[in-house]
Design a protein. Structure first.
Length: 136
């Protein structure tokens, strides 16, 4: 969890938050859109910073969750990717790669917990992608 926030902090603090290039701004906008859409579909009752599943949680499969299981993670990766490319340095790129590795590790752990908590999660995994539809 702390790796995620440290990486995000480094990326945000070492370059502009709003990118200057139109194509990078498009990527950043797509990331923000997916994140807001996921946040709206998740509702506050199910939203947790930590991956542990609460007893009263429900499995959300609407909105972007009907296509991908972790839209908030891909939203974060898209936004930060645009920021890294806009103000490129190898250090920022390495931090972004570390962020991606951390998020994949976190979602792997989270999926193990969700499989234990929700009987229907295995079937949901078979019909959706983790982060990128038709890819991963």
């Amino acid at each position: 969890m702390s790796v995620q926030f440290i990486c995000l902090g480094i990326i945000v603090l070492t370059g502009p938050i709003i990118v200057s290039s139109l194509w990078l701004l498009s990527i950043e906008f797509i990331g923000v859109f997916i994140g807001l859409w996921a946040f709206q579909a998740m509702t506050m009752k199910n939203l947790h910073v930590f991956p542990e599943v609460h007893e009263r949680s429900v499995l959300v499969t609407r909105g972007p969750y009907c296509l991908i299981r972790h839209p908030m993670y891909i939203a974060l990766l898209l936004c930060t990717f645009a920021m890294v490319i806009d103000e490129f340095s190898y250090m920022r790129l390495m931090v972004w790669v570390l962020l991606g590795i951390d998020l994949v590790a976190k979602l792997t752990y989270e999926e193990r917990l969700l499989t234990q908590h929700f009987q229907e999660y295995s079937e949901y995994q078979h019909r959706t992608a983790r982060l990128v539809p038709f890819v991963f």
